[in-house]
Design a protein around this ligand. Structure first.
Ligand code: HEC
Length: 107
């Protein structure tokens, strides 16, 4: 199986898992990117074309490259982030789409 196909399948599986059986819609990484540029870029470097984030905040590419990276776990984290990160009151769909976008940064 090609790398890209495998990636898309894993993303979809991860997203469906994160959202639970009630939400069958596939994750929308494009929407996730819009959200990331709007809500996350103040601290995180969210894309290759962004030159500056906040010190000591992991870039989204670095998060995607972590061993064991799991979009479903990221989506869950985003709905209930730990104290160093603000709770942005993201909806399930927003968190899943953001996680799907972060997954696209995996090299
Ligand atoms: C005010 C600054 C700030 C904003 C805005 C912010 N983050 Fe973060 N984020 C952080 C910091 C700091 C960490 C590192 C937390 C830690 O190491 O405990 C982090 C960590 C993370 C992680 C890694 C969590 C893990 O498993 O270690 C993810 C994923 C993440 N942020 C996603 C996002 C997304 C998506 C947004 C936009 C909706 C966002 N962040 C907005 C500061 C921010």
């Amino acid at each position: 199986m090609s790398k890209i196909l495998r990636f898309i399948m894993l993303t979809l599986i991860g997203a469906a898992h994160a959202a639970g059986p009630a939400l069958a819609a596939p994750a929308d990484a494009g929407h996730g990117e819009v959200l990331a540029r709007h809500w996350c870029a103040a601290c995180h470097i969210v894309a290759d074309d962004q030159s500056q984030g906040t010190d000591n905040v992991p870039t989204f590419a670095a998060i995607a490259a972590r061993p064991g990276f799991d979009p479903a776990a990221i989506a869950r984290f985003l709905r209930d982030p730990h104290p160093k990160m603000p709770d942005m009151q993201l909806s399930t769909i927003e968190s899943v789409n953001l996680a799907a976008y972060i997954a696209t940064l995996k090299k």
